[in-house]
Design a protein around this ligand. Structure first.
Ligand SMILES: [Zn+2]
Length: 357
């Protein structure tokens, strides 16, 4: 099935869930009850798919590709290829629960007008609930209920659920994206374990299942930490980019653009009058409004650390991810540099090479 070019896939466990529900209804209250129960869940998942389509639609507005949505028994997952931009992630993450809130609001208004004074929430018993959706007020009450539950549940700050993504996006405004992911994913794992315990105490199988699945999903996103493994054993001297050219901090931007710029280089270590490295210059970061009279020094990034070439990358990983770039020195001389982006690329390369051979 495909909507707006997004293919919607039913996970095999989702089909299994429907079969189990049919069986459960059938054996406890007859075949028709089984069918009603299936209908109840199809309705629930229609709302879940709408929620995912809203995420996807908003992501697509930003030009982000959404190849597919997978439906699992516990909900849906849109495969959004988000760039590491916190504000876009924030908007995309918030859009799904916002859809449910707006939906719930309209249903509530409809209920108020059509059935003033009526009970707002459906019966807690699944079979009674599935009976009730065949009437209009029962249907409205069910829709109100699931939209509120979906909004609240998805907004819990448990990464990688929507609320957790919002949390990560906010963290990412203050720290490196990879670190924000690690913090949010770690917290997501603790909270999901807490969910599993709560589910055991209640006891509620659904909460246990959801907690376990979130735990795993957070673990997947912790893949960032795999950088550490992909780069294991590598020294900073091995990893350093050695292809660069120094520029003088007093060099004017117009001189730089005319004489010093090399298309193959994106970073230029900046030296002061004494020849000491004082920062890093990235021509892409120069604002369009900057006049040619401005100097390279005005636009250089000073947020750096210097590590020794014999330091091990995985030991210094957090320190490297914390900074815009790292200079690598050997015997008191700068022999290269590393950026977090470059490390990721290097990790991918090493993973591909490792799996291909
Ligand atoms: Zn969502």
């Amino acid at each position: 099935m495909s909507i707006f070019g997004i293919s919607i896939e039913l996970h095999v466990t989702f089909i299994l869930l429907l079969v189990i529900l049919l069986g459960y209804g059938w054996f406890t209250a007859g075949f028709i009850s089984g069918l009603k129960l299936v209908l109840l869940f199809v309705l629930l998942f229609a709302v879940v798919v709408s929620h995912e389509l809203v995420h996807s639609g908003v992501a697509m507005l930003w030009g982000i590709k959404v190849p597919k949505i997978t439906l699992l028994p516990i909900g849906g997952a849109a495969h959004v290829e988000l760039p590491e931009k916190p504000h876009i992630e924030l908007i995309v993450a918030v859009s799904g629960p916002l859809f449910n809130i707006v939906f719930a609001f309209f249903v509530l208004v409809l209920l108020w007008f059509a059935y003033p004074g009526a009970e707002l929430f459906p019966d807690a018993d699944l079979l009674k609930m599935s009976d009730a959706i065949l009437s209009f007020d029962g249907l409205l009450r069910f829709l109100l209920h699931i939209n509120i539950v979906l909004a609240v549940f998805n907004l819990l700050p448990i990464f990688p659920m929507d609320g957790g993504r919002v949390f990560r996006a906010i963290l990412a405004l203050f720290m490196d994206y990879a670190r924000a992911t690690a913090v949010a994913a770690n917290m997501g794992q603790y909270l999901s374990l807490f969910m599993v315990f709560a589910g055991i105490l209640l006891p509620n199988l659904w909460i246990i299942l959801i907690g376990a699945l979130i735990y795993m999903a957070a673990g997947q996103e912790l893949r960032v930490v795999r950088l550490r493994h992909a780069l294991a054993g590598l020294s900073l001297g091995d990893a350093a980019v050695r292809d660069y050219e120094f520029v003088h901090e007093s060099m004017s931007l117009s001189d730089f653009m005319e004489n010093a710029i090399k298309p193959q280089l994106s970073y230029y270590p900046v030296v002061d009058a004494s020849g000491a490295v004082v920062g890093m210059f990235n021509p892409e970061l120069v604002e369009g409004s900057a006049g040619g009279g401005s100097s390279v020094g005005e636009f250089m990034v000073r947020d750096y650390v210097t590590f020794s070439s014999s330091d091990i990358v995985s030991d210094k990983l957090l320190g490297i991810l914390d900074k815009s770039f790292v200079f690598v020195e050997e015997g008191g001389k700068i022999i290269g540099y590393i950026t977090p982006e470059y490390l990721s690329a290097l990790a991918r390369f090493r993973e591909i090479r490792g799996s291909a051979i």
